[in-house]
Design a protein around this ligand. Structure first.
Ligand SMILES: [Zn+2]
Length: 254
């Protein structure tokens, strides 16, 4: 898409969960992308001169030019992130941000809804990826909808998770992802007070990056995302669809 006067560029923050390469591990929740599709997406970014950045990078250089930049995020911390994502990131010299659930070693909340059981990465794997330059962030201790919790439980899930991840990576943890996109003003306040500098949501929050650092909107990439659609998602103008697209879908975002 070509930028025009009325559209404001916004740093794209992508949301992924799992990378898979065989049918048997795929569930009903469309929270995976195929390894070969993901590699095509990385190739497109590389060929187009994109640079992947993390929240650490942004914090160190808040005035950086955000054009041709993208933040790739992965929620939950699945073992395929180590096995399939990590080699591809190394191959293309890219970075990502991974949001970890620290008191579960598999997707217990998904299994309750009939999803296949998927193991999480081990602490040793998390540390190795962190040392490489992949940012590890918090995603609560037990993957709960924070907007339903009492304050003391919220603090335990948010601040406690930060302390867990810092213990694993031996680095300061600055960013957080709200499970299920469960957000309200109390949740945001406790996240800020819990020692984080940035927090990402799913598909809520201002369309423009930088307006609310505690409700940063992400763009989800799913198994249905075509390469053409991916290009749109990383364009920086995704939230301003073309006339044709808005004519057919009748809405601004998916
Ligand atoms: Zn999650």
């Amino acid at each position: 898409m070509k930028p025009n006067q009325n559209k404001k560029y916004s740093l794209p923050v992508l949301l992924y969960h799992r990378i898979v390469n065989k049918n048997s591990v795929v569930g009903n929740h469309k929270i995976y992308v195929w390894e070969k599709d993901f590699e095509k997406q990385l190739l497109f970014l590389k060929d187009s001169g994109y640079e992947t950045i993390t929240f650490f990078d942004l914090q160190q250089n808040p005035k950086m030019d955000l054009t041709k930049k993208v933040i790739i995020t992965f929620d939950d911390g699945y073992e395929d992130n180590y096995r399939l994502l990590f080699p591809l990131l190394k191959k293309y010299n890219f970075k990502a941000v991974i949001y970890l659930v620290t008191h579960l070693n598999f997707n217990a909340w998904g299994v309750r809804e009939g999803e296949p059981r998927v193991e999480m990465m081990t602490d040793v794997q998390k540390k190795e990826m962190s040392d490489y330059g992949i940012e590890m962030g918090g995603h609560t201790r037990s993957h709960v909808d924070l907007s339903r919790l009492e304050e003391a439980e919220m603090i335990n899930e948010i601040r406690g998770c930060r302390e867990d991840v810092e213990r694993i990576t031996n680095k300061k943890v600055i960013s957080f992802a709200y499970p299920f996109g469960g957000i309200n003003d109390d949740v945001k306040k406790i996240t800020r007070e819990g020692g984080y500098t940035y927090a990402v949501s799913t598909n809520t929050g201002p369309k423009e990056f930088g307006v609310d650092n505690f409700q940063i909107r992400r763009i989800e990439v799913t198994p249905k995302t075509t390469l053409r659609s991916f290009k749109n998602k990383v364009s920086g103008f995704y939230f301003y669809p073309s006339f044709i697209k808005s004519f057919f879908t009748g809405k601004q975002t998916k």
